[in-house]
Write a protein of this length. Structure first.
Length: 76
C-alpha cells in the first residue's frame, strides 16, 4: 500500500531566515516545524494577508492537503 505524502512549505513573508519544508503522510496530524525565521512575534496563516486559518508555531496541523503557510508579523 502506497502512502500519499503532503507537504507544508513556510514563507517568511518579510522576515529573514528559512524554515525547512515539512512532508507528512496524508491525514497524519503532526506539529509544524519550528519557525527558522529570525524575527519574533508571529503566527502562521494559510493566506499571506492573514484572512485564512492561523496556526501558532509548532501547532498541530492535520496534513490533509499540501499548503504554504505564511508568517504574519505583529508589532514588536
Amino acid at each position: 500500500m502506497q502512502t500519499n505524502t503532503v507537504t507544508g512549505s513556510f514563507d517568511p513573508n518579510g522576515g529573514s531566515g528559512d524554515t525547512a519544508e515539512q512532508s507528512e503522510p496524508y491525514g497524519d496530524a503532526n506539529d509544524l516545524t519550528a519557525n527558522g525565521s529570525t524575527r519574533s512575534g508571529y503566527t502562521w496563516n494559510t493566506v499571506s494577508g492573514g484572512s485564512g486559518t492561523s496556526y501558532t508555531d509548532e501547532e498541530s496541523y492535520p496534513f490533509t492537503a499540501s499548503v504554504t503557510l505564511y508568517a504574519l508579523w505583529t508589532a514588536d
